[in-house]
Design a binder for this molecule. Structure first.
Ligand SMILES: [Zn+2]
Length: 305
């Protein structure tokens, strides 16, 4: 079950923090907002590690000590599924059961991080931390904040309550308002090579993706067959395909949501499948051709019509 929803789970792997975050922890100069950007799970893992280290009772260090009472409370367990509307689940949760570590992300069946979630977060941030502790809120997929939610967030960024930090995590900062970005301490993770949708190879893939909803199954299998051969080469090709497909579908979904469409369950399901494929390729040595096949079939079924 945990395997079925990897993108909504708390990462548990220990993260090596980038220099900007390490310096903050060791010097005690904590900013009120951080923006962590980059592909994959690294920014998310780092946000979690950083937040836990901020409330750790141990000596200032670049990681949570893991053994104090606070660290035991902030140990991420099985995450509670969020629902942006607050009906099937809460709009936000704590990290572990630590009262001062707040976590929001897009609900499993939502097309965006909802403004109600941002407001709930704001209200929670204005409460005093328990026993004078620092409060930290993580928005784990800020690329799903629409403009309205970002504007609501601006108020928190402009007047941060004392002893609070907001940590925004995004695959790409391009979707965030300049006014939001400029108020954050920015931490870019390596391999952020600009926009996944740019470049010649990406253009070729996008051209195909734009027509995928009308492609036949044999055509898709043909395409997937081009991802066979020596694994390293095939895996790099599949990885490129998944990266572009992911960014492309994200853009399609956001544009459709902004245009008022609500029938986006199919595309969102396809998006989740592509994320699972990326993970399988990276972590489980999955066969690149099979991964490409699975992703392309999901994209065909889920493409916007
Ligand atoms: Zn600790």
């Amino acid at each position: 079950m945990a395997d079925a929803e990897p993108s909504t789970g708390h990462p548990v792997a220990a993260a090596t923090l980038p220099p900007g975050l390490r310096e903050s922890l060791i010097s005690g100069r904590i900013h009120s907002a951080y923006l962590l950007s980059g592909p994959g799970d690294a920014p998310r893992n780092a946000a979690l590690c950083f937040a836990r280290a901020l409330v750790c009772e141990g000596a200032p260090s670049e990681a949570p000590c893991g053994s104090c009472g606070t660290c035991r409370r902030s140990e991420p367990g099985e995450p509670i599924a969020l629902d942006g509307a607050g009906k099937k689940g809460p709009p936000m949760r704590h990290v572990g059961d630590h009262p001062d570590l707040l976590w929001i992300e897009r609900g499993a069946s939502d097309t965006r991080v909802r403004i109600g979630q941002v407001r709930a977060l704001q209200a929670a941030m204005r409460l005093r931390g328990s026993e004078g502790s620092h409060r930290v809120a993580i928005i784990a997929d800020a690329e799903w904040l629409n403009q309205e939610a970002q504007n609501a967030l601006l108020r928190l960024l402009e007047e941060p309550p004392p002893r609070t930090s907001l940590v925004l995590v995004t695959q790409s900062p391009a979707g965030l308002l300049a006014t939001v970005r400029s108020r954050c301490q920015r931490i870019a993770f390596p391999a952020t090579t600009g926009d996944a949708l740019e470049g010649e190879e990406a253009a070729e893939i996008i051209d195909y993706l734009n027509r995928i909803s009308t492609a036949s199954i044999p055509q898709l299998l043909d395409w997937a067959e081009s991802f066979r051969g020596p694994r390293a080469i095939a895996a790099a090709g599949t990885n490129e395909l998944l990266g572009v497909a992911s960014a492309w579908l994200h853009r399609e979904i956001c544009q459709a949501a902004e245009a008022g469409r609500t029938d986006l369950e199919g595309p969102l399901r396809a998006f989740e499948t592509v994320q699972r494929c990326r993970k399988g390729l990276a972590q489980r040595n999955a066969n690149p051709q099979m991964v490409a096949e699975r992703a392309l079939l999901a994209l065909r079924d889920g493409a916007l019509r």
